[in-house]
Design a protein around this ligand. Structure first.
Ligand code: GCW
Length: 700
């Protein structure tokens, strides 16, 4: 306890804190809920029972009893056929087995709550929804909701290695302790599954896409099976990252050529072994012929040849193959174009159970990217969205950045590929081209730090990702609202302040890091801090100078027809809009145009002045975020208050670093002064260039 009277919290319980809600509804909840009646006894219903017990008892500060009959205030939950015995009212349930119904029913003078679905998992999702309503202070006395997920495969992709290091991980080491599995089953695995299930995540890959073949060896499959057993009641399937050369590495085959019958046989046998141990195995996730990973192109075969071979192996058991489109080549004139060039010709060649997983933007999870031109262009292949929750390029785990507005910006982008209104969201939902499969992946920001995500606010990105995958139409603001209420409080003024911080945070980061369509100007290797000057890596397309192209005339990458013509990969309408610097959204302008330093922008300011303005505004706005947070001192428990305060101090310091380093460097080309009204950099460019961080986290 501290002066606030609020108990210190470490963040471990995420949004599932189930503390006595300080909601105005608390008293009415006490009449709405007097007991719990599970219908059915499957492991999932047992999990739901535990969750409801802990949840209701915590929130209501009670000791509820398990009912054997429906009484006034009972929560009756179970599959539709199992609750039939207690309810006469007709209940229409969704066809989708993951969907659920939450309904207040009045029968024989009794009022009770029913949570039901075609499946136990749907029931579990419904239980979590009821708890969410209670934790967010909503009324639960007249419920009548039906909810179904928009996206079928809602996955978490871990980039965790077998030695527990996490590629691009900033929250400690991996939560998966391979050394002590399968015998030792850390409670954390269950808590992880609960958290995922509470937001609808239904699949995970537990290892890195830069894959180690060993994960497919029997000892590791036994460990994976142990995890799968823990995850199963929560509706979570395991998918495995498959190293394409695994047949050679594990069993000394001479080749991994996907058209070689021996290789095909090897994968079939391996798949059978996996299904024997993990009957609900989800399938394979593959990064091939990308950043040194082996793949079908090593044998002059295509991505489709590779994906289809694996697809054949898992198809009999309903498995999926998720093939990543993250490819680029040093021979291309523009990295932007590579994925489209490699994958478009293959549209229509993938087997039915293959999905192609595309990063939101054409390059690589930069603070802001226009949408990847593959969305909408591949008409016969279900495309999966890959978002990166781990903040590799967004301040890692010391910057507060709420990513939902960024996700929404991409999802709402109009591709025009099937006429106006063909948004990226509609493409990945499968609506536009009637794809049978749909999916989304979030690259995990989870590690073994006590609060899971390093920065407490990283939890909001995990939460928002899951909620969006369930319902793409949710607004980033309403998701923030839910998260704040469950994580902190239902008190209006505090919600308002935290929401303001969150909603401005992404644009603020873009302003102090990569405004106006800049991107990929971070430090080599560790991707930490600014290094727009960097030009020493062996491949041109790894160096920041390749991306900003600053020179004495201006800055930005010319992707119009007078440049690399990457813009022609978009539909005509988008192409036209971006192609003309006068109609191009200024948030993306340097992605597509090399703009002269003295060109007058829409504000009337020159490009240089406009750049300065963005960088300075970015820093000012982080300071504002910090001031807003500090105003909450009496409203947040001391432990979490200080945690976020200290991180905001780092963020302010690093925002100034980004601003100064970038502007001083770009100034060597623009030869224009940083307007005198601004506080001038207190270090010179040489100082910023001299900084080194050999032990920054996340880098191999
Ligand atoms: O963003 C880049 C990262 C790599 C990562 C790669 C990918 C897993 O810097 O660390 O590798 O993307 O998405 O495959």
């Amino acid at each position: 306890m501290w002066a606030t009277g609020l108990k210190a919290e470490d963040g471990y319980n995420l949004w599932l804190r189930y503390t006595k809600a300080n909601a105005p509804q608390l008293n009415s909840y006490r009449t709405n809920i007097t007991g719990i009646l599970p219908a059915g006894a499957s492991p999932t219903i047992v999990a739901a029972t535990t969750e409801l017990f802990n949840g209701c008892n915590g929130i209501l500060d009670r000791n509820l009893s398990l009912r054997i009959n429906v009484e006034n205030g009972t929560i009756l939950f179970g599959k539709i056929e199992n609750i039939a015995k207690w309810v006469t009212t007709k209940i229409d349930i969704p066809n989708n087995p993951e969907g659920f119904i939450l309904k207040t029913i009045k029968e024989n003078d009794k009022t009770f709550t029913v949570i039901t679905s075609k499946s136990d998992i749907g029931v579990l999702y419904g239980c979590f929804q009821l708890l969410r309503l209670m934790q967010t202070g909503r009324k639960i006395s007249q419920l009548d909701t039906m909810s179904t997920p928009t996206i079928q495969l809602r996955l978490m992709n871990h980039w965790d290695n077998l030695n527990r290091s996490v590629e691009r991980g900033y929250a400690g080491i991996s939560i998966f302790n391979w050394h002590t599995l399968p015998e030792y089953k850390d409670q954390r695995y269950k808590d992880y599954a609960r958290a995922n299930a509470s937001i609808g995540i239904n699949g995970v890959t537990v290892t890195n896409v830069n894959a180690n073949a060993m994960v497919l060896s029997r000892p590791y499959l036994d460990k994976i099976a142990a995890l799968a057993n823990i995850f199963r009641p929560y509706g979570i399937k395991i998918y495995l990252t498959a190293r394409f050369s695994a047949p050679m590495e594990l069993d000394n085959l001479k080749t991994a050529d996907p058209l070689n019958p021996e290789v095909q046989q090897w994968w079939k046998k391996k798949t059978a072994e996996i299904y024997y141990l993990i009957p609900d195995f989800g399938g394979f996730l593959v990064k091939a012929n990308s950043e040194g990973q082996p793949g079908p192109q090593n044998y002059n075969r295509t991505h489709a040849d590779g994906a289809n071979m694996l697809a054949d192996a898992v198809a009999p058991r309903g498995g999926k193959v998720i093939w990543r489109a993250f490819v680029y080549s040093q021979d291309a004139d523009d990295r932007f174009k590579q994925a489209y060039n490699e994958f478009m010709p293959l549209d229509g060649q993938f087997k039915e159970n293959v999905l192609v997983q595309v990063k939101n933007g054409p390059i690589d999870f930069q603070p802001r990217e226009p949408f990847s031109p593959l969305f909408g262009a591949m008409k016969k292949t279900p495309l999966m969205m890959e978002f990166q929750l781990t903040q590799e390029y967004l301040g890692q785990s010391t910057h507060l950045v709420y990513q939902a507005p960024m996700f929404k910006e991409v999802l709402q982008s109009d591709t025009y590929q099937n006429g106006k209104g063909t948004t990226v969201a509609k493409i990945i939902e499968g609506e536009t081209y009637q794809n049978k499969l749909s999916g989304m992946s979030g690259v995990s920001n989870i590690g073994n730090d006590i609060n899971w995500t390093g920065h407490l606010f990283g939890q909001a990105n995990w939460y928002a990702y899951g909620r969006l995958a369930w319902d793409l139409s949710l607004s980033s603001e309403s998701i923030a609202d839910e998260w704040i209420r469950q994580t902190f409080t239902n008190e209006k003024a505090t919600i308002h302040t935290i929401k303001a911080i969150m909603m401005s945070s992404h644009q603020t980061l873009v302003n102090y890091m990569t405004p106006m369509g800049l991107g990929h100007i971070m430090g080599n290797g560790n991707h930490y801090g600014p290094a727009p000057w960097s030009n020493t890596l062996s491949r041109a397309d790894w160096n920041p100078v390749y991306y900003h192209k600053a020179d004495s005339i201006g800055i930005g990458f010319n992707r119009t027809s007078s440049g690399t013509n990457a813009l022609s990969q978009y539909a005509t309408e988008v192409h036209k809009l971006f192609n003309n610097p006068d109609s191009c959204d200024e948030r993306y302008i340097l992605w597509f145009h090399h703009i002269p330093w003295n060109k007058q922008m829409r504000s009337g300011k020159t490009l240089w002045e406009e750049l300065c303005l963005h960088y300075y505004k970015g820093v000012n706005d982080v300071k504002m975020m910090r001031a807003q947070w500090l105003s909450l001192e009496k409203k947040i428990d001391i432990q979490r208050f200080e945690h976020v305060s200290m991180l905001l101090n780092i963020q302010v310091k690093e925002a100034i670093w980004w601003r100064n380093a970038c502007l001083l460097y770009f100034q060597t080309f623009s030869k224009m002064p940083i307007p005198a009204k601004y506080e001038q950099p207190d270090q010179n460019l040489e100082y910023y260039k001299s900084l080194r961080f050999p032990y920054a986290p996340g880098n191999g």
